[in-house]
Design a protein around this ligand. Structure first.
Ligand code: NAD
Ligand code: IPM
Ligand code: MN
Length: 354
């Protein structure tokens, strides 16, 4: 297999710490199983932005798209940059710039003791959220008028295109078909947003007809939030717009034990894709060796799967589940281990599994 080049962007805060553990796992897999991975690290983040005024350097998108198969990003966001400008440039810049229209956010309970819901088991919490990742209210179209006065007006547009909606719906149905799943639930707020989300309704009705073997259902997003808590076992594939997917994926993260366990993938089939945790840079935890690296490791598993290393991906997930069972966890999961210690334990088990 030819060398696969992976761009590593540790970013800010705990992003730096959890990325170090993900890199350790990738290097372990490269050494012990000969995975053809070449890792190249980029120092993009708050430090560089504050020092040089550079967020995403000129030419970066072209380089990533041309020279790399995948990107692993820790997290971006730093209280010293209250505008969040560098994070928007880097994270949203790559999502939009590389047209990574699928944001795949699996919700999978690895150990029933971590589920905050009563009497729920691993079988009840196992679904995937597909979040549209290139439009909606994230496009940054809008502005303010009479700013700073009592008459101030702020406009933030919500952009939904036929092409954008259709391609994420198709991806969700194709994923269900590939994985032998029978249910796709689309969620919107068409009762309050008839223009933008009316487009989702009409496109969903049309696309779902092409997949007669799959049960297509719809829930308004408020009801979906309630149903995810009341009975998560009813869901297999959920597909929704950019912002609702953002919010629902944090709710989903908690169903599996918290943000410390939630991975995600930003995909454009056949192109350079980006892998990131659902969690952010958690500034209050940064530099203390307490952040849970498991979300980053499970994100590594998603990336390995994407790169065609399914067995290694399954092993990473299996070893993470084993660490949870044995109580080798950070304080968010009730354990006393540090970020590095959890990472070390997982790498050591990966070596033993070869
Ligand atoms: P956050 O995800 O950083 O933290 C939310 C809560 O979860 C905090 O209590 C935090 O301590 C906890 N938490 C998160 N990750 C954890 C981990 N690995 N282990 C243990 N606990 C963990 O969200 P926030 O506080 O809203 O945002 C902080 C910054 O991160 C902001 O600048 C935000 O914009 C940014 N952010 C970036 C990304 C990204 O780059 N992918 C994602 C989300 C938020
Ligand atoms: C996420 C984050 C980002 C988003 C922020 C940092 C812009 O919350 O990846 O979930 O809203 O997409
Ligand atoms: Mn989020």
């Amino acid at each position: 297999m030819p060398t696969q080049r992976i761009a590593i962007i540790p970013g800010d805060g705990i992003g730096l710490e959890v990325t170090a553990e993900a890199v350790k796992a990738l290097e372990t897999l490269r050494e012990t199983r000969g995975l053809p991975l070449e890792l190249v690290t980029f120092d993009w983040g708050a430090e560089k932005y504050l020092r040089e005024g550079v967020s995403l350097p000129p030419g970066a998108l072209e380089m990533l798209g041309r020279d790399f198969q995948a990107i692993f990003i820790g997290a971006v966001g730093d209280p010293r940059v209250p505008s969040n400008q560098h994070a928007a440039d880097i994270l949203l810049g790559i999502r939009f710039g590389l047209d990574l229209y699928v944001n795949q956010r699996p919700v999978k309970l690895l150990d029933r003791r971590l589920c905050p819901l009563k009497d729920r088991t691993e079988a009840d919490v196992n679904f995937v959220i597909f979040r549209e990742n290139t439009e909606g209210s994230y496009v940054g179209i809008g502005g303010t008028f009479k700013r700073g006065t009592p008459d101030e007006v702020a406009v933030q547009e919500d952009v939904n295109t036929r092409k954008g909606v259709e391609r994420i719906l198709i991806y969700a149905f194709e994923y269900a078909r590939r994985h032998g799943w029978r249910k796709v639930c689309m969620s919107d707020k068409s009762n309050a947003m008839p223009h933008g989300h009316g487009l989702w309704q009409r496109t969903f009705a049309e696309v779902s007809r092409r997949y007669p073997e799959i049960e297509a259902s719809h829930l308004y997003v408020d009801t979906l939030a309630l149903e995810m808590v009341r009975d998560p076992s009813q869901f297999q594939v959920i597909v929704t717009c950019n912002m609702f997917g953002d919010i629902l994926s944090d709710l989903g993260a908690q169903l599996q034990g918290g943000l410390g366990l939630a991975p995600s993938a930003n995909l454009h089939p056949g192109r350079t894709s980006m892998f990131e945790t659902v969690h952010g840079s958690a500034p209050k935890l940064a530099g203390k060796n307490v952040a849970n690296p498991m979300a980053a490791l499970l994100t590594t598993a998603l990336m390995l799967e994407y790169l065609g290393h399914s067995e290694a991906a399954r092993d990473v997930e299996g070893v993470v589940a084993e660490a949870i069972r044995q109580g080798i966890t950070t304080p968010d999961l009730g354990g006393g281990a540090g970020t590095r210690e959890v990472g070390d334990w997982i790498c050591q088990r990966l070596r033993q599994r070869v």
